[in-house]
Design a protein. Structure first.
Length: 726
């Protein structure tokens, strides 16, 4: 449909019809205009798959069979693959199933920066580095949108904690905003061509992000040229006039009095009562409708042939399995304990409740009604077949403690109450305290049982970590400690069996200090999707060589985090991001703070040598000046594998305060045993810029820059230097 035809449509719409298009008329849909062939606009969560369907105006699971879907690895898992092609494939799968389910927009991906490891939604996001996030979000969005479904990149912006998420007022410097918190969104818009952006619940500089003129009108539309739809987070609108004027296109919420939404009847009344200039108001409403119709048009909702979607063919399963495989991070492997040799193991003990737990149904709006979910225990059992006796002991007792999104009794789903909650850090009620007491008693019994079984097993694998009681929407963790008495259990197991393989399934960093020195083999897996259990088994038994790298620093403890040391977390009504640009490794590196595992870290069963970094400034590329960086990489071990080569840039004589170094290029390189390859990567001008708060723009200072070839943020293997000017 041409732009002229869209304008004609707008001209035929009544004010009421237009207003009906810009607010929810169901929890996940707007109203269409049947007489003009405009369909309703249907959305669905979310990052890990297409969420189950609810009744239109009640938070009741429709409970039918037609909304089972693929459960994808969570976004932090996806980021841990450092594989752009997998991000594209995962986005494609999500988009395809969203279409199969008849959706127009998928409320994903989540890309807020991990400012604190305690943020309950870290698992839905892509880690702590704006460059890594940008590189992963672009192919993901493109994958979704190739299926005639809009992505809705969320939550714009600075939604970095769940504590008081609905109202907390973020105070952040313009520089940190531009360098750390916005680049992922900018890339999604400018390079990924995202058709949707979701405003965040919180405030920025005193104004709610869902109707923030600076964020929506000035930066998103004017600067980045966004032509898609801005959607509020559910219940994120607080003011009709601001929503009208400040760039919000579609208001969604969790309550069923749809006509009472800010951009529904109150908007019409405001015009009738002349509380706003009528001409301006009508022009603004037209603009919102125009954005919506433009996207509908691009998705072929108004005419043309639209993709039908579909799901779960053989290829989809391979994508899910491969993503899970490549996300798993080998953190320690002293004495080459891993991979385990299945031929030598007649009796295997698997300890830990996460071995036997399915995670798809939890986490808040990221919950998934999965077609299936292979647990680690099932994966291990299936891999070893009938040749090994697999004994399972839970080891600790997990009685769900504080999941505020679990069924509450008052409503079918916690989302109904989500606007009334005091989103503090994990709230411990009287009932929860009693549960915890019961849990402690049970833990002791389970622990003894596991220790006894460890004595006569040929190998012991522990699978613990977190659950969606902790990695969840609506609350942060109160500390980084492992719950359910796991520290004690792991320490005791390691005493009985020093070769115990410790495996953690979680969506965010945990404090391992109680037993880290004693553990020889340590594997970190995420909520890795429905094929996650088999992928983990393949890694443990060497069918797959691990190649995941951390997308975020694992600090020793939550107290070391820059948000706490230099800034504020969780703050009060306000939270000051006093650490500025020093987020994640930018802080640990620059201020020389030891961490448990650095950003970008991940081991392999083979060895890689990277040398010979050389760089050349290229004067006349289409984008201006750029730098060509080359190096050689060899797989010197005895099996095929992949290494993520990372290039960090360090300004040798910075004129303003800068981080010691910043990631500016990476590539995941697959090599056969003994293979050597020359790799070339390009650094564009952006790799050398910083945000200058005086001129309010990105700037390059001419001078010497070090280019660091690294295996992770701590392990630099080679360095070269260039002179770069604008
Ligand atoms: C979440 C969003 C989600 C929306 C719709 C909100 O509570 O913050 O991420 O897309 O609900 O379920």
């Amino acid at each position: 449909m041409t732009k002229e035809k869209i304008e004609k449509l707008i001209a035929q719409l009544t004010l009421q019809e237009k207003v009906d298009m810009i607010h929810g008329n169901g929890f996940f849909t707007t109203k269409g205009v049947e007489r003009l062939g405009i369909p309703p606009f249907k959305t669905s969560d979310g990052p890990r798959g297409v969420r189950k369907d609810f009744e239109n105006d009640a938070w009741k699971d429709i409970g039918l069979s037609y909304d089972y879907v693929s459960y994808l690895p969570c976004n932090s898992a996806l980021a841990a693959t450092w594989n752009r092609a997998l991000a594209h494939a995962a986005g494609g799968l999500l988009g395809k199933e969203a279409r199969g389910r008849g959706k127009d927009m998928i409320l994903a991906p989540g890309i807020n920066i991990m400012r604190t490891p305690l943020c309950g939604r870290s698992f839905e996001y892509m880690g702590e580095d704006p460059y890594l996030v940008s590189e992963m979000v672009v192919p993901f969005v493109q994958g979704v949108e190739e299926n005639d479904v809009a992505a809705c990149v969320k939550h714009y912006a600075v939604n970095n904690q769940e504590t008081r998420r609905l109202d907390v007022d973020v105070d952040v410097s313009e520089r940190a905003l531009r360098e750390i918190y916005l680049p992922g969104f900018e890339a999604a818009v400018r390079k990924g061509n995202a058709k949707g952006i979701m405003g965040a619940y919180n405030k920025l500089g005193g104004t709610h992000c869902c109707h923030h003129d600076g964020l929506l009108n000035q930066i998103l539309r004017k600067e980045w040229g966004f032509e898609g739809i801005t959607v509020s987070d559910w219940g994120g609108v607080h003011d009709t006039k601001e929503a009208l004027m400040n760039g919000l296109d579609m208001e969604m919420s969790v309550t069923s009095d749809f006509d009472a939404y800010y951009m529904a009847d109150p908007l019409i009344r405001m015009i009738e009562n002349k509380e706003v200039d009528k001409k301006t108001a009508l022009a603004k409403i037209d603009e919102k409708v125009r954005h919506i119709l433009n996207v509908m048009n691009l998705l072929h909702m108004l005419d043309g042939e639209r993709s039908a979607g579909g799901y779960n063919d053989y290829n989809d399963k391979a994508i899910l399995r491969q993503t899970a495989r490549e996300s798993i991070v080998l953190l320690k492997n002293d004495k080459g304990i891993l991979p385990l040799d299945r031929k030598k193991i007649k009796k295997l003990l698997v300890v830990g409740e996460n071995a036997n737990r399915q995670h798809a149904p939890g986490g808040g709006s990221a919950e998934i009604k999965a077609l299936y979910e292979i647990t680690p225990l099932l994966g291990i059992q299936m891999l070893l077949g009938g040749n090994t006796e697999v004994v399972y002991k839970p080891g600790y007792y997990n009685e769900d403690v504080g999941n505020i999104w679990a069924n509450t009794g008052d409503s079918e789903n916690g989302q109904a109450d989500s606007l009334n909650q005091d989103n503090g850090t994990a709230q411990v009620s009287q009932g929860a305290l009693e549960k915890q007491k019961r849990q402690q008693e049970m833990n002791e019994k389970y622990l003894q049982d596991a220790l006894l079984a460890a004595g006569d097993a040929d190998a012991v694998i522990f699978v613990g970590g977190l659950t969606h009681d902790y990695d969840t929407e609506g609350q942060d963790r109160s500390d980084m400690k492992l719950p359910y008495g796991q520290d004690r259990l792991i320490s005791e197991l390691l005493k009985v069996r020093p070769d115990t393989v410790v495996t953690l399934v979680a969506g965010s960093p945990v404090d391992m200090s109680a037993w880290l020195d004693d553990a020889k083999a340590l594997v970190y897996s995420w909520y890795a999707g429905m094929e996650g259990g088999i992928a983990l088994a393949e890694v443990l038994f060497g069918e797959v060589n691990p190649s995941g790298h951390l997308p975020e620093t694992f600090p020793v403890s939550g107290k070391d985090c820059p948000a706490v040391v230099l800034g504020e977390y969780p703050g009060g009504d306000k939270v000051s991001y006093g650490e500025g640009i020093y987020v994640g490794y930018r802080y640990y590196d620059t201020f020389d703070v030891s961490v448990a595992f650095p950003f970008g870290y991940g081991l392999s069963y083979t060895d890689f040598v990277m040398t010979g970094i050389r760089a050349e400034v290229i004067e006349d590329t289409a984008q201006g000046k750029s730098v060509k960086v080359s190096f050689d990489i060899s797989n010197t071990g005895s099996r095929a594998g992949a290494q993520v080569a990372q290039i960090y840039v360090a300004d040798k004589y910075p004129k303003v305060k800068k981080a010691a170094k910043e990631l500016k290029a990476f590539e995941k390189i697959y090599l056969e045993a003994g293979e050597t390859r020359e790799v070339t990567l390009m650094l564009e001008r952006e790799a050398f810029t910083y945000f200058d708060e005086e001129s309010h723009s990105f700037k390059v200072d001419a001078g010497s820059y070090m280019l660091l070839l690294a295996k992770n943020a701590e392990e630099i293997v080679d360095v070269t230097e260039i002179e770069f000017s604008v």
